[in-house]
Ligand binder design. Structure first.
Ligand code: NDP
Length: 483
């Protein structure tokens, strides 16, 4: 029997009603472990305990909460190599990316540790004489956190850290594809000085335990990252109980490369943006909108750079791109490669399954040329190491193309022209805009989120997270006249 990893239910490590096996997408002979799947009764029990624990946690002093978050973050940063290796084994990203993810996840906890000490309200005089008003934020209550597999530790951490900072209980349903990272983080959190049952880990399939969680009237808020269809289903379930929601659902990010761009920088940004994390990023540069006058020179370098990328085992020496996460994702990606060609695009390189010394879900990074923005490969989130070049004749056409999407998470421009950079920054309809930088997530201290189908509800990260994880209370005080 493989190593059996349990759920954390009502303050106890608890076996489930069934188990799933977790294998390394870089090497399918490597079994990472067996992971318990929670039952509906266990979910209900942990939700009841969470409510009791939350009241206790909210009453903790701010320094005690701060110490808990600081300890979690510090341990994660100290163990970034070990936990990053585990993450890479189950998700498939190269070790540098996995290590970086765990370290950054730790920084979310240390950032919100400090925020525990920085919770200031507002006060005012009432319009009635002798009456004062005190406005402050309180915890929402029990927060359900539903996280994806592509950044299994970072995404969960930028939700869990503010949830705890602002006084909430957390019930976490991680993606079933990456349970080992979830157990590792849970072990760290639950070793701290927190009330029994404040934090729960409920592993199980999204359609089963995830659906039950989001339908439960025992939760007060849901923070979700994943696909648009699942997000819409969660929003409909949540509205039945008027549960607060925050959702981040991916994108179709564009990087505009202007005729005045530093060409080598543009190619470096495009390669990193398109193929980092094997293209499985909500911020991936999957549309490269390139000015006609530098198109051919850019494409030549882009294709050469793509072909030179070293694809291999996530933990292999020199690997620049690991496998995709699963057989299903691989099949979908290869179908997109075929679809692009059938839509009239030229697949200049890649987009094919790769045989490797280890049996895993490998494919070569691919570049489509001669594409138009109305093709499905330019409208649907592929979550694949595939990117499309769209040729445009002017800055105005580039901006219009960038904005012609149902999504709106990130966009970028590569230019040395201040006027274009400024205009783009102010007119790109995305939640995040970058200038001469890759399309990417944001630092921990500033907001992250998008427009259109990319996001719904308040922003994540930084001080903006307080909007979702707290509720505002307006108090009136009439002190009377001193004797
Ligand atoms: P999903 O949206 O299916 O999964 C995201 C999370 O939601 C997982 O924890 C999943 O659990 C859970 N979930 C699934 N169904 C439900 C439900 N009915 N109720 C509650 N929770 C649920 O994404 P996938 O992992 O299947 O990936 C599919 C596509 O989604 C990708 O190819 C990509 O396009 C997009 N995606 C976008 C992400 C982003 O960063 N914005 C992240 C991940 C995916 P479980 O894992 O057990 O199914």
């Amino acid at each position: 029997m493989q190593d059996l990893r349990k759920n954390y239910i009502a303050g106890e490590w608890t076996d489930g009603v069934s188990h799933i096996e977790n294998r390394n997408p870089s090497d399918l002979t490597d079994v990472i472990g067996m992971f318990a799947q929670a039952s509906a009764d266990q979910l209900d029990a942990t939700l009841d305990q969470a409510r009791r624990a939350q009241a206790e946690w909210e009453a903790y002093g701010m320094e005690r909460k701060q110490a808990v978050l600081m300890a979690i973050g510090t341990e994660m940063m100290e163990r970034a190599e070990e936990l990053g290796t585990l993450l890479c084994r189950e998700e498939g990203k190269p070790l540098a990316e996995g290590k970086g993810e765990v370290f950054r996840a730790g920084q979310f906890f240390t950032y919100y540790a400090a925020e525990c000490l920085r919770q200031l309200g507002e006060n005012a005089d009432s319009v009635r004489p002798g009456v004062e008003v005190d406005v402050r934020r309180e915890a929402v209550g029990t927060v359900a956190i539903i996280s994806p597999w592509n950044f299994p530790t970072a995404t969960a951490s930028w939700k869990i850290a503010p949830a705890l900072c602002y006084g909430n209980a957390v019930v976490w349903k991680p993606a079933n594809m990456t349970p080992a990272s979830a157990v590792a983080l849970t072990e760290i959190i639950t070793r701290q000085d927190i009330p029994k049952g404040l934090f729960s880990l409920v592993m199980g399939s999204g359609s089963d335990i995830g659906q039950r969680l989001v339908e439960s009237p025992k939760i007060d808020a849901i923070s979700f990252t994943g696909s648009v269809p699942v997000g819409k289903g969660i929003a409909s379930a949540a509205i039945q109980n008027l549960t607060k929601v925050q959702m981040e659902m991916g994108s179709k990010n564009a990087l505009a490369v202007m005729d005045d761009a530093d060409l080598d920088l543009a190619v470096t940004l495009a390669l990193g943006g398109a193929f980092g994390g094997t293209g499985q990023k909500c911020t991936a540069s999957s549309r490269l909108v390139v000015h006609a006058s530098i198109h051919d020179a850019f494409v030549e370098k882009l294709v050469a750079g793509t072909q030179a990328m070293k694809v291999g085992h996530a933990l292999g020496e020199g690997t620049q791109m690991g496998p995709v996460v699963s057989q299903q994702q691989l099949m979908e990606n290869l179908e997109y490669a075929t679809l692009g060609v059938s839509e009239g695009a030229e697949l200049a390189c890649g987009g094919a399954r790769l045989e490797m010394p280890h049996d895993g879900f490998y494919m070569s990074p691919g570049v489509f040329l001669n594409t138009t923005n109305d093709m499905r490969i330019n409208r649907e989130e592929m979550f694949a190491p595939l990117t499309s070049v769209i040729k445009v004749d002017s800055y105005a056409e580039a901006l219009a193309t960038v904005n012609d999407t149902n999504f709106g998470l990130t966009s970028g421009i590569v230019t040395q022209n201040l006027a274009r950079a400024t205009h783009f920054r102010r007119n790109a309809r995305t939640g995040v805009v970058t200038v001469n930088l890759p399309t990417a997530g944001t630092d921990y201290h500033v907001p992250f989120g998008g427009r259109g189908d990319s996001s719904y509800g308040p922003r994540e990260q930084g001080k903006a997270a307080a909007e979702f994880y707290t509720t505002v209370k307006t108090a009136y005080i009439s002190a009377g006249t001193p004797l």
